[in-house]
Design a protein around this ligand. Structure first.
Ligand SMILES: [Zn+2]
Length: 327
């Protein structure tokens, strides 16, 4: 027997780059590898961005103690964190304390984070938490299944060519204007890729223009991330405007077809959920052709949008989220 070191580890980590900065996008992005492995790799770097990334991963792994330790290294370690870094550390520690059943400590750290945070996205996260707390348990389901960008292998947004989203205050419905009735996930994903290629290539946008896409089976897909302003309603109309696109061509005549019932149901649920989350009134729900002379979203879909707005006025958002009433 020649030693007992066991099989040598495969070199899976060649080229691993620890995060270079602290931000929502870098510190809290979905892991591209097994989180356990990433944690192992991060442990070699004792930098503040690595420690905070590790803290976030521990939280995702339901290990609040690990997150508390990592943030303590940042807050009380030998290197004084910047106030930006301290704000993130306090935020992550607050989340960890909450998850660990120490809500009071969590609140203290959250208040500290709020006092330090300048990053608008972090401030929004912190404020959300404040609002979430008193939500009654009888609330209807407030989550819809949304296919992540990775499900359609989205190209990363060109961050130099997108604007941050301003306060969300309206929703606009579109069609993709391409005949499409397929319900297979792979074909739907390919269709969304095609739209992104067109938007980023031909049109020179920083990403796919819409925030959500709904395929003919009623599946909802994440388009452009909501933290970025969309590119779907012409110039300033995009401000605070969530773009929802139903795949298909809803024009009359041979080129078009009707949206499926599943698609319309998903449109109603998603629209109502976005409205409820952001406090949007029914008269802030638009069709693309409210902003410019276009046939979008098509005469075969428009009556369904009108009906949705009437139902939103009559029944409120919860009824549509819960049952997609009337569809
Ligand atoms: Zn449109």
């Amino acid at each position: 027997m020649v030693g007992c070191t066991g099989p040598s580890r495969p070199v899976r980590d060649r080229g691993f780059q620890p995060p270079a900065m602290v931000s929502i996008a870098t510190t809290m992005q979905k892991p591209a590898m097994d989180p356990e492995l990433e944690l192992e790799l991060l442990a070699r770097f004792k930098t503040t961005p690595s420690l905070l990334r590790a803290a976030w991963l521990h939280l995702q792994q339901h290990n609040p103690k690990g997150a508390i330790d990592a943030t303590a290294e940042v807050l009380y370690g030998p290197v004084q964190p910047s106030s930006h870094e301290a704000a993130f550390a306090r935020y992550l520690r607050a989340e960890a304390y909450d998850a660990d059943g120490q809500a009071e400590r969590g609140q203290w750290d959250r208040d500290q984070a709020m006092a330090l945070a300048l990053d608008p996205e972090l401030r929004r996260l912190l404020q959300q938490k404040h609002r979430q707390a008193p939500e009654p348990a009888t609330e209807v389901a407030t989550e819809l299944v949304v296919q992540p960008r990775s499900a359609w292998q989205a190209r990363a947004a060109d961050r130099t060519n997108v604007n941050p989203m301003t306060r969300i205050q309206r929703v606009t419905i579109h069609h993709s204007a391409m005949y499409f009735r397929d319900t297979r996930p792979t074909t739907c994903a390919a269709q969304i890729q095609k739209i992104q290629r067109d938007h980023m290539g031909t049109r020179g946008y920083g990403d796919i223009g819409y925030h959500y896409l709904i395929d003919p089976s009623g599946r909802i897909w994440q388009g452009r991330e909501l933290r970025y302003q969309g590119a779907h309603a012409d110039g300033d109309n995009n401000k605070g405007n969530v773009g929802i696109c139903l795949l298909g061509n809803f024009l009359r005549g041979r080129v078009g077809h009707s949206p499926s019932a599943e698609q319309v149901r998903a449109m109603r649920q998603l629209t109502a959920l976005v409205m409820k989350r952001h406090g949007i009134a029914p008269d802030e729900v638009y069709c693309h052709n409210d902003f410019k002379a276009t046939e979008c979203p098509g005469p075969l879909l428009e009556p369904m949008v009108d009906q949705m707005v009437r139902d939103l006025n009559r029944l409120g958002t919860s009824a549509l989220i819960d049952t997609a009433a009337g569809q």
